[in-house]
Design a protein around this ligand. Structure first.
Ligand SMILES: [Zn+2]
Ligand SMILES: [Zn+2]
Length: 255
């Protein structure tokens, strides 16, 4: 399995990162993508990558922090896209649920980083919450895209719209929460060759770990849920999602 979206650079993991990575290895997680989103976290990921060969990185400006983005951030991110284990631009996107940054600035930064992704041929990791129309609007004219809408939270019609742009989808722990039947229906409908696994650790731990600090080992619980929803074997689900992640992000092919 590959956890395509986690935040091991967060302070939550400062005291026991090695133990977290050992549990991930024992659970069958062969690679993890640490996804940045603001200057200090992008830089922390750059510091982590040399120490852990199973980690890959993505650098970006999360919509929450669009307000603080500078030209220097963009220069740093573009320069570091050339690093060997940096595989995507992200998180980038729009979040109108929290509105931590003004929407106009969120849109400007998202559009700018989408343009950079096209210019450099880099896959994108998109965060989109309560902002489907504007997210789709900024993507549609330059489709097809290589990338993923992570922590997917919309309905089937929106899933189909993003799939139509060439994007992959991934789902967080909500697909194990009792009240999330509608989201499970969406997850089940995603073609298997467009599905990725993610935890978004330390956030959104799946049942039965809900409420605790999430960690990459628990991507197995997400994989269990997807396999159950589809009525296929875990091995088949793992193999398909791993090969999807390897192809999308250019990771070494893993057994
Ligand atoms: Zn996100
Ligand atoms: Zn995230």
């Amino acid at each position: 399995m590959i956890d395509t979206h986690c935040h091991l650079e967060f302070p939550d993991f400062v005291d026991d990162r090695d133990a977290v990575l050992e549990r991930a290895r024992a659970a069958g997680v062969t690679a993890m993508i640490c996804v940045g989103g603001e200057r200090p976290r992008n830089h922390l990921i750059a510091d982590l990558l040399p120490a852990y060969p199973q980690l890959y990185g993505a650098y970006g400006v999360h919509p929450h922090w669009a307000n603080a983005a500078t030209a220097e951030d963009e220069q740093w991110i573009v320069a570091h896209l050339r690093d060997a284990r940096v595989v995507a631009l992200g998180e980038i996107g729009l979040d109108y649920h929290y509105d931590f940054s003004p929407r106009e600035i969120q849109r400007r930064i998202f559009a700018r980083y989408l343009a950079l992704a096209r210019e450099h041929g880099t896959p994108v990791i998109i965060h989109s919450r309560a902002a489907f129309a504007d997210t789709f609007d900024l993507l549609k004219d330059a489709a097809p895209w290589r990338g993923v809408v992570h922590c997917f939270s919309y309905s089937l019609a929106e899933a189909e719209a993003f799939l139509g742009l060439g994007l992959h989808l991934s789902f967080c722990g909500q697909i194990t929460f009792p009240k999330c039947d509608a989201l499970r229906d969406v997850a089940r409908a995603v073609p298997l060759d467009r599905l990725l696994l993610e935890t978004d650790a330390p956030f959104l731990a799946p049942v039965p770990q809900r409420g605790k600090r999430n960690e990459p080992a628990w991507v197995a619980l997400i994989a269990d849920q997807h396999a159950t929803l589809r009525g296929i074997a875990r091995a088949a689900l793992d193999q398909a999602t791993t090969s999807n992640a390897c192809a999308l992000f250019g990771l070494p092919v893993q057994a």
